[in-house]
Design a protein around this ligand. Structure first.
Ligand SMILES: [Zn+2]
Length: 547
């Protein structure tokens, strides 16, 4: 989730999109489809998953390869696309193999085409030649075209396979994108929600919710992707997943092959001036991309991302060979954004903090350091809470954001540097005290916060993060770490919901205390400011902090 920033002498923050109150008071605180790259037809013989798994396995560390075998029925996308910067557009073909893993016989298929939402400010994603199992179908657009419903030519029983094929045309916004997503600006294109995605499904229905610019688009299933992306010569490509080959195309460009196993959304940033700094954490290469003028920020982001990856791996193993960080222009309401194995960090952070490159005094540097530590660690934490453990950001926006918020404060506590170790916790407590939302329930959908970005910040992020700090204090370091590990392990590669969370809390605290904890911290019933103050304290480390 993107975070927006505030700026003041004491650490503070805004975290949601659309608040507008940046730099404020707290932190200063089928059929055959012809076209570029060739057709992807339903009639093509399907390679076995085993044949493809060797390719997909190039994106996973050795310890995670067995996970691929256990998830061979996850959706499989093959995409060929060509990016044309002169028209800020991308043309592509998609072939998605989707097995009906529900207990329902499907009569339709939900599809996300998020870029059509007005939240993306002029971007669009249009489909043509849409077919299911080779039979042409006509999509029915929903929610401004941000979702589509496809009627199946024949019902699809549990366990059966559907093959969706389509051509798509993405036009990037040249003004704002969605906080910079699906936007081409400053000679850089940020592809995010750039291809059609089959919707998540729960309780017998497709999760086709309205797009709300306070939160991420929607609940995305894990999928495996094989992508061939053609870009002009001289353009660098920073991508989620792993780039396995980069070769000249028949024209003047290059074809970049990307394998992306276990991916909820594949983000790609393309730019002529981008270059990368790299380091390694275990078997994972961490890279941080920027234009030359941003190389100081890229260096800082790289160091933080590597330390955060190390710290958070205590929650469960990070499975990918790569973690990619990209400094990219985002709106003033967003500091960062997560996607599977790639995080975006706003290249405008120093500017929005009022800091000119090269003229940073000690006080301003402290603020910049705090924001980078908070934002980069927050987005890395989403690799566990959002990515490995998915959730529905419309129905339960708190489910991943509260844990990502707790994690960034825990990172600040563990790697405090030039600011107090409890700075993050204290800032959250201040935010809650100022908001007047102490007793608001966090359990509503994101629509209940429409036009109330500050309330959303306070309840979903600040109070959500302190909820876990209260749980940490109650359970002690070892039992709390066990709680986090079992949460990640039980829902790894899946989508968690509120009922699952409640059951986990009850298991950790017992029935009576667990229910009381959920009522107090999730629903806000009886929560007091002294409760907040008590929670906003550092606690014994879950493991020795990495130097
Ligand atoms: Zn977030």
């Amino acid at each position: 989730m993107p975070r927006a920033r505030s700026s003041s002498p004491s650490p503070g923050r805004l975290r949601a999109r659309g608040t507008g109150a940046v730099l404020a008071s707290i932190l200063a605180c089928l059929g055959l489809i012809a076209g570029a790259g060739g057709a992807l037809a339903a009639a093509e013989p399907l390679p076995s998953f085993g044949a493809l798994s060797a390719q997909l396995g190039q994106g996973l560390v050795p310890a995670a390869l067995a996970d691929l075998t256990a998830h061979d029925d996850d959706p499989l996308y093959r995409i060929r696309a060509t990016y044309a910067p002169e028209t800020h557009a991308l043309d592509g073909h998609l072939r998605a193999e989707y097995r009906n893993r529900s207990a329902d016989t499907l009569t339709d298929l939900g599809l996300y085409t998020f870029a059509n939402s007005s939240a993306f400010h002029g971007a669009s994603l249009t489909l043509s030649h849409v077919a299911i199992n080779g039979q042409v179908v006509t999509p029915r657009p929903l929610d401004q075209g941000a979702d589509q419903l496809l009627d199946l030519p024949r019902p699809c029983a549990p366990g059966q396979l559907l093959v969706l094929t389509a051509a798509f045309h993405l036009v990037l916004s040249t003004s704002a994108g969605d906080n910079g997503l699906d936007e081409q600006s400053q000679d850089q294109a940020c592809l995010y929600a750039w291809y059609p995605v089959i919707a998540g499904r729960a309780a017998g229905a497709w999760l086709l919710h309205p797009i709300n610019d306070l939160t991420d688009p929607c609940a995305l299933d894990m999928a495996h992707l094989l992508v061939e992306l053609t870009v002009p010569a001289g353009m660098a490509v920073a991508s989620g997943g792993t780039i396995t080959s980069d070769r000249p195309s028949t024209g003047s460009g290059r074809i970049v092959t990307i394998v992306a196993p276990f991916t909820r959304d594949l983000a790609v940033v393309i730019g002529a001036q981008l270059h990368a700094l790299t380091t390694t954490v275990g078997a994972t290469t961490v890279s941080s991309w920027s234009v030359p003028a941003q190389s100081t920020a890229a260096q800082q982001s790289l160091a933080i991302a590597a330390k955060a990856l190390t710290l958070f791996s205590a929650f469960g193993p990070y499975p990918y060979t790569h973690l990619t960080v990209v400094q990219t222009p985002m709106s003033q309401d967003a500091e960062g954004m997560e996607s599977s194995s790639l995080i975006l960090i706003s290249s405008l952070i120093p500017k929005e903090l009022g800091v000119d490159q090269g003229q940073v005094d000690a006080s301003a540097q402290k603020t910049v350091d705090f924001v980078y530590n908070m934002v980069v660690s927050h987005e890395v934490a989403h690799q566990w809470f959002y990515n490995l453990v998915g959730s529905d950001p419309y129905v339960t926006p708190w489910l991943d954001e509260s844990l990502a918020d707790w994690s960034d404060n825990y990172y600040l506590e563990s790697h405090a540097g030039s600011f107090p170790a409890d700075a993050g916790w204290k800032e959250s407590a201040m935010d809650i005290a100022k908001s007047g939302c102490l007793n608001h329930s966090a359990a509503g959908t994101v629509d209940s916060y429409q036009g109330k970005g500050q309330d959303y910040e306070s309840v979903i992020y600040s109070r959500g993060g302190l909820m876990y700090q209260a749980l940490r204090q109650r359970l002690g370091p070892q039992r709390f770490l066990d709680f986090l590990r079992s949460w990640v392990s039980a829902k790894r590669y899946l989508i968690a919901d509120q009922a699952t969370w409640r059951a986990a809390i009850i298991q950790a605290l017992g029935p009576a205390d667990g229910e009381a904890f959920a009522r107090t911290w999730l629903e806000g019933t009886g929560l007091t400011l002294p409760d907040i103050s008590s929670a906003a304290l550092s606690a014994p480390a879950l493991q020795p902090a990495t130097p």
